[in-house]
Ligand binder design. Structure first.
Ligand code: S3P
Length: 444
């Protein structure tokens, strides 16, 4: 999407409150993993609710290029893999587009397959650090040659006889944890990962769902994960829940636009993903979960949310892994809350699709909201009325684009964004769905 023309949008206060019942697209993290694990399993995996966003389609294309059959049939996606150890050399460069998750998880798979591949991505992904996966994966015997600063493009020669890894994560990252576990699938023996703080555990859940032996033990706030190598993964059906990170946008919009009331159906409620919901409740949000249930090893439920006059919040750094993608939209909620909020320990935001730490502050400042950065903390002074009238540069970052469009629903004057193209990576039909609820967003 590097060379497509920009698609600017304007967001303004809607004429009436937001109302309705919607389903948001499938969970991005689970969708990537469903395609990858399906390709590593024996038999045909059937996936419903797969996110058909640009990021996940890149993973589908990469798994095809590595020898898997990946196809859409009706509402289902079918994946028939060559199985662990059976991947073949792609005959062209693997282009992972905007997706850090696709790139880093795939590095794990490629590291323990005796094949050569070259990986690249768009201008945003080519800026993001790959050293965090290259360092642990080299220890299994794989060779990586990267551009200066360990950036993509990256050439990978996977190990012939991969060694199992034992790695303690220096940063809380589910992508790094998953890359190590994926490499361990084709290594003889026990692969071990220790994470300082728990991060989303979709890989562990799905590996078990496909028949692998994964054990997890908790030591204080740290978690120790063990995977028995070279399991026979068996194809399994997967129903992908609605993405809580996508639900966050309509949810916050409904909290902020007076008199709104909406329901978001079948949203994933994995406790390692729900930090935003806990934080919004601390701010006083009228947010309830209905019909809690378990689907394919993951908790889901319907979220019902009503407009609430929110209060400021102090978010501890330890909560970051459970809401790492939600800070831009939380910052929007804080800008409208009564009092001063402090969002602590956000260093990891600097290496997302954009430098989200700086970009989130710039977005609020563009609207005339009051925000300060102090070390790795963001301090936001809530205002009863945010002036708006500004323009946000979205820097190829889907979550920044959607956050700015939600912000424009409550500012006195409309907000504009320079480009909405990248919303497609995670939330196809975002503007259509939001307009259906009553939000005001239109092309410039
Ligand atoms: C993801 C992990 C997180 C998150 C990303 C998806 C995953 O990244 O930001 O959107 O699916 O494992 P980090 O591992 O870099 O924290």
């Amino acid at each position: 999407m590097d060379s497509t023309p920009l698609r600017p949008l304007k967001a303004s206060r809607p004429a009436a409150a937001l109302h309705g019942e919607i389903t948001v697209p499938g969970d991005k993290s689970i969708s990537h993993r469903a395609l990858m694990f399906g390709a590593l399993a024996v038999g045909e995996t059937r996936i419903t609710g797969l996110l058909e966003g640009e990021d996940v389609l890149r993973t589908a294309a990469a798994m095809r290029a590595l020898g898997a059959r990946v196809e859409r049939r009706g509402a289902e996606w079918l994946v028939a893999g060559p199985g662990i150890g059976g991947l073949t050399s792609p005959d062209d460069v693997l282009d992972m587009g905007n997706s850090g998750t696709a790139a880093r998880l795939l590095c794990g798979i490629l590291a323990s397959h005796d094949i050569f591949s070259v990986m690249t991505g768009d201008a945003s992904l080519r800026k993001r650090p790959m050293q965090r996966v290259i360092t642990p994966l080299r220890a299994c015997g794989a060779r990586f040659t990267a551009r200066t600063g360990d950036r993509l493009p990256l050439a990978i020669q996977g190990a012939r006889d991969a060694l199992p890894l034992s790695y303690r994560l220096p940063v809380a990252s589910a992508q790094v944890k998953s890359a190590v576990l994926l490499a361990g699938l084709n290594a003889r023996g026990l692969t071990e990962v220790e994470e300082p703080e728990p991060t989303r555990d979709h890989s562990e859940n799905m590996l078990r769902h496909f028949g692998a032996t994964v054990t997890v033990s908790q030591h204080g706030s740290a978690r120790h994960i063990q995977l028995v190598g070279q399991p026979e993964l068996r194809a399994a059906d997967i129903a992908v829940p609605g993405d809580p990170s996508s639900a966050a946008f309509p949810l916050v919009a409904a909290l902020l636009v007076p008199d709104s009331r909406i329901t978001l159906k079948a949203i994933g409620l994995n406790p390692l993903r729900t930090g935003l919901f806990a934080t919004l409740r601390e701010m006083g949000a009228a947010l309830t979960i209905q019909n809690p249930r378990v689907q394919g090893g993951e908790s889901i439920g319907d979220l019902r949310v009503e407009y609430t006059a929110l209060s400021a919040v102090d978010v501890p750094p330890g909560r970051a892994p459970s809401m790492i993608d939600e800070y831009p939209i939380l910052a929007v909620a804080c800008a409208a809350a009564r009092g001063t909020s402090r969002l602590r320990g956000l260093a990891e935001l600097r290496v997302k699709e954009s430098d989200r730490f700086t970009a989130t502050a710039a977005m609020l400042a563009a609207a005339g909201a009051r925000v300060e950065a102090e070390g790795d903390d963001l301090i936001i002074h809530g205002m009863p009325e945010i002036p708006g009238g500004g323009s946000v540069t979205t820097q190829m970052d889907h979550r920044l684009a959607m956050s700015a469009l939600v912000l424009g629903q409550i500012t006195a004057a409309p907000m504009t964004i320079d480009d909405s193209t990248f919303i497609e990576t995670s939330f196809p039909d975002f503007t259509k769905l939001m307009r259906g609820l009553g939000a005001a967003m239109s092309p410039l």
